[in-house]
Each structure stands twice: as C-alpha cells, then as structure tokens.
Design a binder for this molecule. Structure first.
Ligand code: NAD
Length: 285
C-alpha cells in the first residue's frame, strides 16, 4: 500500500446507492493505493444543496483529496471554486473537484466520458447528423461531446421545448461551425428517419422510470442508438433497437469513462479502463 492515503467523497442528494465508491476503491486497491471513497448524502445529512460551498470547505479541512459532485450540485458548486477546466467552464457544470495545495479546481468528466465510450463502443459510427433526446445535465454533456466528435447537425429534443432551445443555443455558441437546432418532441418521426444516430438522455428506462422514451416504430436499421441510462444497462430502448438491428451503446460506457478520468485527475494514475468496466458491469449485474 502507498504511504499517502486518498480520501474522496461523492456529494449530492440520494447518493447512498451509488456504485462509484466501490468502483474507485477497487481500482485504488488494484493500483496499490490506500484509497477510501465515501458518499456524502446531503439529504441524509440535512444539508441544503445551496450549502455545498460549506461542504467543500469542511471536506478540505477534514483532509479530503477530492470530491465527485452530482445532482443537484453540479452547477451550484462552481461559485465555490478557484479554477475551472475548459469542459466544465463550457458546460457550466462540475462533477469532479480536486483539492490542490493552494486552490480548489473543478472538472467535468461526463463529456469526455461519453466521447471516449462512444469511440470505443461504436467504432466507425457516422456522427454527421445526430438527434439528442433530453436536454438536462446528461444531454448537455453528450451534446458537447458529439460536437467535439465532429457532428455537423445536432437536433436537441425535449418534452420541455424551452429547455431544448436553451441547450441548442448554448451548444451552437460553443461550436459555431456546426448546425444545432431544437425541435419539439413530436418531430422525432421526421428526425429519426434521416439521422445517423440518436442518443437518449432522459431518465426513462431507469428501474424507477421504466418504459420507452419514444415509440419503437421510429427505430430503423440504419440508426445507431445510444442510451446514457445504466441502471439497468439493457433498457427497453436498447432491447427494441437491437430487435430492429440497430448498433447500440449502453450507458455503462459513459459511466465508466467519466470515472476513469476522475480517478486519473485525483491520483495522477491512469487506471485500467477494461478492469474498471468489468467491475462496473459486475456491480450493475
Ligand atoms: P435531468 O433531470 O437534468 O434532465 C432530464 C431531461 O429529460 C429533462 O430536460 C426532461 O424535460 C427530459 N425528459 C424527461 N422525460 C422525457 C421524455 N420522455 N422525452 C423527452 N424528454 C424527456 O437529468 P440528467 O441528469 O440529464 O439525467 C438523465 C439520465 O442520464 C438519468 O437516467 C441519469 O442516470 C443518466 N446519466 C447517466 C450518466 C452516465 O454516466 N451514463 C451520466 C449522467 C446522467
């Protein structure tokens, strides 16, 4: 074991069942590190999300090396940092905070996590024309990653059209050479027939939100289908897509690669992504 132990936390509401502590600690052990990762559940602690700055100050004072940050603190935490990396600044959301000696730095590993997982899981997939369903935090990270990957025309769809419009405008501002549109949910029947792929970024399909985010008859063989939902890995959407013959990507890829990047930021060690992926999939079951 290393002589300098790592203490890391996950801050958010309802984080108790998270798989991230087990994933990080196993990889820490495999690298000979003394690596402790604990959840800091704001609901259980009775701490309002708006007090995340106090949590940061206490965590630093108590000897934490870093924190992962999740719902609903990814934006709130930004005001309490000394510096932001480029992805986090572009997205306006932070999911990893590293306590350096003299400053507190925020990163966002969701966008590179999706990008790396996409390249690994759907090699060679066309990305010119993509439809993004869901304009929340995951949708913002995925949209950013797709445009970084070279998507020329991205259409953002959400039940809340205003949300889709705001995200499309933000993404277009950061990627001026791409065309980024917002569209109403009922236009999926027009969009999907001409899309190379669709990425699903709403909670539909999670164990507690079962079902399909849109009608299965909109799927066609020429479309790749990516889901960011990872509990379960085999969502109703991916099952339907495979039945039609679509290439598919499950949410485990993004989940693992956001964790590998965070692990590296925290420890300076490049983790074994394949080992973390196997471990993650055994945890999800
Ligand atoms: P969010 O609440 O920020 O956003 C969800 C968005 O989906 C909202 O804008 C909502 O209006 C929209 N929506 C809901 N149902 C819809 C439907 N049927 N059709 C169209 N739009 C709909 O949530 P989020 O943080 O973006 O998370 C979304 C999902 O992504 C969750 O299941 C989460 O677990 C998953 N996620 C996965 C990863 C990963 O690493 N794989 C990372 C982050 C989030």
């Amino acid at each position: 074991m290393s002589s300098s132990p790592y203490l890391v936390g996950l801050v958010g509401q309802g984080v108790g069942p998270s798989l991230t502590p087990a994933l990080h600690m196993a990889e820490g052990r495999a690298n000979g590190l003394d690596y402790v990762y604990r959840t800091i559940d704001l609901t259980t602690a009775g701490v309002a999300p708006e007090r995340v700055g106090e949590v940061l100050r206490w965590a630093r004072a108590l000897g934490y090396n870093a924190l992962n940050v999740t719902h609903p603190c990814k934006r709130l935490v930004i005001d309490h940092l000394d510096a932001l990396d480029e992805d986090a600044a572009a997205l306006g959301a932070v999911n990893t905070v590293v306590f350096e000696d003299d400053r507190t730095v925020g990163y966002n590993t969701d966008a590179p996590g999706f990008g790396t997982g996409f390249v690994e899981g759907l090699p060679g997939a066309a990305t010119q024309n993509v439809t993004l369903v869901g304009a929340g935090g995951a949708g913002a990270a995925v949209g950013h990653a797709l445009l970084d990957l070279g998507t020329e025309h991205l259409t953002v769809v959400d039940l809340d059209v205003d949300r889709a419009t705001v995200l499309a405008r933000e993404l277009a501002g950061r990627h001026p050479s791409a065309r980024v549109d917002a569209s109403a949910f009922d236009k999926l029947s027009v969009l999907l027939p001409v899309s190379d792929g669709v990425v699903h970024c709403t909670p539909t399909g999670m164990a507690d939100h079962p079902g399909m985010p849109f009608e299965a008859n909109l799927l066609h063989r020429g479309l790749w289908v990516a889901d960011v939902v990872y509990r379960p890995l085999n969502t109703a959407l991916l099952t339907a897509a495979r039945e039609v013959g679509c290439r598919t990507l499950d949410g485990g890829h993004m989940a693992v690669y956001q964790a590998t990047t965070a692990f590296e930021l925290i420890t300076g060690i490049t983790p074994d992504a394949a080992r973390m992926s196997r471990h993650f999939r055994s945890l999800v079951g």
